[in-house]
Design a protein around this ligand. Structure first.
Ligand code: ADP
Ligand code: MG
Length: 628
């Protein structure tokens, strides 16, 4: 006997054990979905075989009638799900069933709290899959053979789901996979043809290949097909019930919750194709993982071609799951061909418009659901205006922000809402960017806007800097960072105010020059008076065309070079601290004052002091002097 055929016991990866425990706990009230998951895997295995057989017909081994078969044995108390799909090699079994190959799993598990209730919700982000069968089975035997290899290459995997599994090489004449569930005590309800048929119709009706069960009753002979066994998306829209759409989603989305919405289009024109897209209810745990798989499957005339066809949708719609089925592409289409293909370009262009349109409708008709969408995927959508200039306006309508109107961290304000609340004489949409919502909300730059009752959007997602550099206008109004450029409130100020500001600035001239000299050239490019502050003594701004200090910090954090643009220190000439400091005659102390003014402006921006200890020293020195 070679080492290959020897019986071998191997431990599950730690992550598998953890997930198994959680899953059994969270799914206990919904056990029957194990069948959906196993049928879903069998269907995926059939798709994979069909795809590989496009280039290697021998894989069919003379039998291209793909099907799934479900049987049960009352005496042995087993349920068996068999398929004649692609099957697995020994290594594939270890990789796919003994470990969780999905990237980001470890971080995901590290984010679990240990509180089973909360974690049960989180695990919904992960998808259920094969292990769900352990909810009803205390032992699972999986016997599989990969298509195209000899019968002696079969593998038998067995586990009680408790830390380890055994592997053994066995003979298997027919290709594909049999999963045998040895039911737990008390689960005998499932050993019932009527019940199993019901579950299959409920969850797996949309599976496009037949799911067979042996006929029962007096005249029983052979198998019958339990499901409808036709491609759901190819059926007429009006004949498809919402539940059917939802179950199909769970299969292709590897999700266990209903989606938020679906968009189904059957197009006949220059090109004939069908698209069925879904927006999930929650973000997957690996939404930010660069290597993450995309969620759109490509079919050509009903034949599965590939998963994760990332060319079918832009990256900012990477949360969308679904199916594209084209009549015009060749069956042997490859990823390379997809990159420069006019059929794909046409489908992609129209698909993006349809998805954005569906989101727009959702926002209009069901604000609550739209908020769910935004909370989950808003950060991704904000990549849109930068990535997809052609649809910028449509995407802009979908954006939601926090703002001083609500002062709440939840992003609920649309640009249209903002525009409808603009003050008489206001011609710009104002926003502030900061590291956190609280920092944005309390930014000194907002003081004058709050005083005048002018709304400011509060941006604190990382992607917001990228967004604001690409979205410069909405509805004919330009977007203006309140931290950039000289404050020009245009029509929001009257002549009297302007004259007063002018006067204050004039009379501060010498004082401002002294501050600039005290600070030296390497800290600021200029010092000027401002009226944007009411309660703060000073703040930092940059020129309109300069990169914001916040973005400079973000870039430095990720190790990129940022142009070391120096900020402008703006001083509030009417602030009591400033009026006191203005009188300072001692040049050493004046220097300390100037430094402090700069440093506190930097701090209130969320910036980092180069030398915090000296700052504290200066502050204490002045406090001691003042309290004398
Ligand atoms: P998912 O389906 O989301 O990938 P599962 O836990 O359901 O996760 O399945 C894990 C992996 O095991 C699958 O991706 C597949 O590679 C493999 N697998 C499971 N069932 C089968 C099967 N019947 N035939 C071939 N491979 C299978
Ligand atoms: Mg699965």
């Amino acid at each position: 006997m070679s080492a290959q055929t020897a019986r071998e016991t191997m431990p599950f990866q730690t992550e598998v054990k953890q997930l198994l425990k959680l899953m059994i706990h969270s799914l206990y009230s919904n056990k029957e979905i194990f069948l959906r998951e196993l049928v879903s895997n069998a269907s995926d295995a059939a798709d994979k075989l069909r795809f590989e057989a496009l280039t290697d017909g021998a894989l069919y081994e003379g039998d291209s009638n793909l099907r799934i078969r479900v049987t049960f044995d009352k005496d042995k108390r087993t349920i068996t799900i068999s398929d004649n799909g692609i099957g697995m090699s020994r290594n594939e079994v270890i990789e796919n069933i003994g470990t969780i190959a999905k990237s980001g799993t470890q971080q995901f598990l590290a984010s679990l709290t240990g509180d089973q209730k909360k974690d049960s919700k989180l695990i919904g982000q992960f998808g259920v899959g094969f292990y769900s069968a352990f909810i009803v089975a205390d032992k699972i035997t999986l016997i599989t053979r990969r298509a195209g290899v000899g019968a002696e290459h079969g593998v038998r995997w067995e586990s009680a789901g408790e830390g380890e599994f055994t592997l053994e090489t066995v003979e298997k004449t027919n290709r594909g996979t049999d999963v045998v569930l040895h039911l737990r005590e008390g689960e005998d309800d499932f050993l019932d043809g009527f019940r199993l048929r019901h579950i299959i119709r409920k969850y797996s009706d949309h599976i496009s290949i037949p799911v067979l069960m042996p006929q029962e009753g007096e005249k029983a002979e052979g198998d019958e097909t339990v499901n409808r066994a036709s491609a759901l998306w190819a059926r007429s829209k009006k004949d498809i019930k919402d539940e059917e759409y939802n179950e199909f989603y769970k299969h292709i989305g590897h999700d266990w919750e209903d989606p938020l919405l679906h968009v189904h289009n059957q197009v006949e024109g220059n090109y004939a194709y069908t698209t069925l897209f879904y927006v999930p209810k929650h973000a997957p745990f690996d939404l930010w993982d660069r290597e993450r798989r995309h969620g759109v499957k490509l079919y050509v005339r009903r034949v599965f071609i590939m998963d994760d066809a990332e060319q079918l949708l832009p990256s900012y719609l990477r949360f969308v799951k679904g199916v594209v089925d084209s009549d015009d592409l060749p069956l042997n289409v490859s990823r390379e061909i997809l990159q420069h293909n006019k059929v794909i370009d046409a489908i992609r262009g129209a698909s993006v418009k349809r998805i954005l349109g569906a989101l727009e409708d959702l926002a209009k008709n069901d604000a609550e659901k739209y908020q769910v969408f935004w909370d989950q995927f808003g950060k991704v959508m904000k990549e849109g205006p930068g990535e997809d200039a052609a649809n910028r306006e449509q995407i802009a309508k979908l954006l939601r922000f926090a703002s001083t109107h609500t002062d709440d961290a939840t992003q609920t304000v649309s640009l249209a809402d903002y525009v409808s609340r603009m003050k008489e004489g206001q011609d710009k949409i104002y926003y502030v960017t900061a590291e956190t919502f609280t920092a944005a909300k309390n930014s000194p730059h907002l003081e004058i806007f709050r005083k005048k009752g002018v709304e400011v959007l509060l941006l604190s997602d990382r992607v917001d800097e990228w967004l604001s550099s690409h979205l410069t206008e909405f509805d004919g109004k330009s977007l203006q960072a309140v931290t950039k450029g000289e404050l020009n409130l245009g029509g929001l100020e009257d002549e009297k105010e302007k004259a007063e500001q002018q006067k204050a600035a004039e009379s501060s001239k010498d004082f401002l020059v002294r501050i600039k000299e005290a600070l030296g050239d390497d800290k600021v490019q200029d010092v000027r008076a401002t009226h944007r502050l009411t309660t703060s003594p000073a703040c930092l701004v940059v020129n309109d065309y300069d990169m914001s200090t916040h973005l400079q910090r973000l870039l430095k954090e990720v190790g990129q070079s940022a142009p070391g643009t120096k900020p402008i220190l703006e001083v509030n000439p009417t602030h009591p601290l400033v009026t006191r400091f203005r009188e300072e005659q001692d040049s050493e102390r004046f220097k300390d004052w100037a430094q402090l003014l700069f440093e506190q402006a930097l701090l209130s921006e969320g910036g980092h002091l180069e030398d915090p200890a000296s700052f504290v020293g200066r502050l204490n020195k002045l406090l001691v002097e003042l309290s004398r």
